[in-house]
Each structure stands twice: as C-alpha cells, then as structure tokens.
Design a protein around this ligand. Structure first.
Ligand code: F6P
Length: 366
C-alpha cells in the first residue's frame, strides 16, 4: 500500500474565533483523500522545536464539533517567532535568536508533505521564510483586526464586531438613562476596522481610529452641542490604537519575549483629555479587551474559516505551495506569500466607509 502523506497544521499569534473551524476544514477535506494523515503542532512551531516534540494526530474524534468553539485546540503563542525567538538570559534580560534553520531541519526530518500555518501577518512572514528555505508551506490568514491587505476579510473579525456591537447596545441604555458620555474601547491594534464597523452598527456619535488622529477640542465641542440640544448623552467608540493629533498612542511594554508593545487603556486617556479640555459631561469608560476574541465564532466566521481550511488542503493536494488562502472579490482564492506579507491594510480616511459614517453623523474628531 502507498505510504500515507502527511499534513501538519499549526496556529500562531493571538487566538481568534474560527481557528478551530479551519483545523476541522483541513482535516475533513483531507479525510476524503484516504491516503492523507493530519497532524497538529502544539503551540505554534513550539511543538516542532521543543524537545520532546509535541505533535498530535488529528483524528475525526479530535475535530468533532470544534468549529463551534472559540480559541484553538492546538494552542498558540505570540512569543515564539522562530526567526526572532526569545531566550531568557541569566541576568533576566531577553535575547532574540534566529531558530529558523533549526526549525527547517526538524520539519524536514519529520517529512511532512505540507505545512499549513494559520496566523496573522507575523505568522505569514514566518511562512514566507520557511517556504524560501524549502518547506512546503501554505498560509491561512487570521486576525480579528482585519488588517491584512491580501484578503478582503479575515475570520474572527465579524465575531469581534458583533461582540463590540452587542456591548455598545448595552452601554447606550446607561448613557441614555444617566445622561452620560460612554467611552467604549475596542481592539484592532493599528487598524480602526473593528471600531469603525462597531460605530456604524451601534449608531455611535463619535468614532476614533488610529488612521484619523483626533482633535480633543473638536470632540468637546461636539459633546457639548449634543447636551445643549437636549440629547443628553453621547456614545463613543475608540480603537485601542487611536491617538490625538498632538500626542502618542497609549501603550505599555509587552511581556517578556513579546516583540510588540501592548495597547489598551486609551479610553481612560481620552476621558482625562476630554475633562482637561473642559468637557462637563459625566464620563464612564469601558475597555472590552479580550472578550472580543472569546466565545463562539458567529456563523459568518465559521463559514469563512471552514472554506479557508478546505482550500488550504486543496492547495496542499495540488502541491501549490508558497501561497496564502484569501477571500477576494467574493471568491475563495490564493495569493503568493510574497503578496500576502507586502502591505498593511488600515482604514483609509478617504474611503467611502468613512465618508458614509460621517454622513450618518459620526464624528472622527478630525
Ligand atoms: O491582533 C489581535 C489582538 O487582539 C489585537 O487587537 C490586540 O492589540 C492584541 O491582539 C492583544 O494581544 P494579547 O492577546 O497578546 O494581549
């Protein structure tokens, strides 16, 4: 009998609703081929790098019903980039080393016929390096931030927007009842997509995003006008990466081993800025944080993630490596890893969506 072929799946970076649906999609499609076996590396590439290795066989029992679950059954990390791997030094400091050659050696020894790397821009940069070093890689894009240029949407985004909108609706009732100004902070890193979509869906008066620095005095004017007109409440959505025209983003150093600063807390900064600039309204702040990434994926994300999983395996079957699955112009397709990692996809201030939001009366404070 012909030796079975083997595909390895892994999830890297932050968790994201829909990851499990991709894993199940790959596994179910592979099962139709009879001579394929599906494996998972635990905690991104750590499962391959670690000694002993942590590689699990993905059986039908393993994937049964997981498309409904948030998180990732394969676990993940955003502190184990094999190209820039953190090593704690005896004095407690962190040194970053390149372990990509070691990873390539270990992957080649395991003789996988395909490696499916599910992750955001950082993960796809790793995919590209591995592909260039001879590993048969296929990328699958994931991020709630929706900031990848090579795909029109990423799974996880709609779930984050839905959670943002549900939370916003809940805050509106308190804003109305108490004549308050409610600030709700959402995730998104340097992209304002979650904030913009949530603001439109929720009907916010103000939406602040990283791509459009705000003028705090204009915001105070707008808020005061609302109160003057007798509409004694204001609802603000602020993206965690938003910043004033004169000022910087609110961030703290990442944890040990992290390559990124941590965003979060801009809601409190904004609240103070508004008060300092003379805003008399009673203000309350809510930072949604990781609830936006948690729980079950909405139907849209389950569908997109499942189709991505099937497509990723079909690329493996066709030996069409060095590609990332994408959703472009209403079609599931694939782009080269080169293209996948080239550009950043933020909100354009001249886009129709921003103009339409303004048409709906939403102020960006610009
Ligand atoms: O990229 C996804 C994301 O949720 C961002 O929106 C957020 O800034 C970041 O990850 C949070 O990362 P962590 O889970 O490491 O705190």
């Amino acid at each position: 009998m012909e030796k079975p072929k083997k595909v390895l799946i892994l999830t890297g970076g932050g968790d994201c609703p829909g990851l499990n649906a991709v894993i199940r999609g790959v596994a179910k499609r592979a099962r139709k081929e009879k001579n394929w076996e599906v494996y998972g590396s635990i905690e991104a590439f750590n499962g391959v790098l670690n000694d002993p290795q942590e590689i699990v066989k993905i059986t039908s029992k393993f994937t049964a019903g997981i498309h409904v679950r948030g998180g990732t059954v394969l676990k993940t990390t955003n502190k184990a980039n094999p190209i820039n791997f953190p090593i704690t030094q005896p004095d407690g400091s962190t040194k970053f080393i390149d372990r990509s050659d070691e990873l390539v050696r270990k992957l080649k020894a395991l003789k996988f016929d395909a490696v499916i790397n599910i992750g955001g821009d950082g993960s796809q940069r790793i995919s590209k390096v591995l592909f260039d070093k001879g590993i048969p890689v296929i990328g699958v894009p994931k991020t709630i931030d929706n900031d990848l240029s090579a795909t029109d949407v990423t799974f996880g985004f709609q779930t984050a927007v839905q959670i943002g909108t549900d939370s916003f609706d809940k805050l509106v009732t308190t804003a109305e009842s108490h004549h308050r100004t409610m600030i709700m902070e959402v995730m998104g890193r340097d992209a304002g997509w979650i904030a913009l979509h949530t603001a439109i869906a929720g009907g916010a008066e103000i939406c602040l995003i990283p791509e459009i620095p705000y003028d705090v005095h204009k915001l105070v004017k707008r808020i005061n006008l609302r109160y003057k007109k007798g509409r004694g409440f204001v609802n603000i959505v602020v993206a965690e990466g938003a910043r004033p025209k004169e000022g910087t983003i609110t961030s703290t150093a990442g944890e040990k081993g992290s390559e990124h600063v941590r965003l979060g807390g801009v809601a409190y900064q904004l609240s103070k800025q508004l008060k300092d600039a003379g805003c008399k309204a009673e203000i309350r702040e809510t930072v949604l944080g990781h609830v936006q990434r948690g729980g079950t994926p909405v139907a849209y994300d389950r569908i997109l993630a499942s189709l991505f999983g099937v497509k990723a395996f079909e690329l493996a079957l066709a030996k069409d490596f060095g590609k990332m699955v994408a959703f472009k112009n209403n079609e599931i397709t694939a782009v080269s890893l080169e293209e996948a990692t080239q550009d950043y996809h933020g909100v354009s201030k001249d886009s129709y969506m921003v103009q339409a939001a303004k048409g709906l009366g939403i102020s960006f404070g610009d």
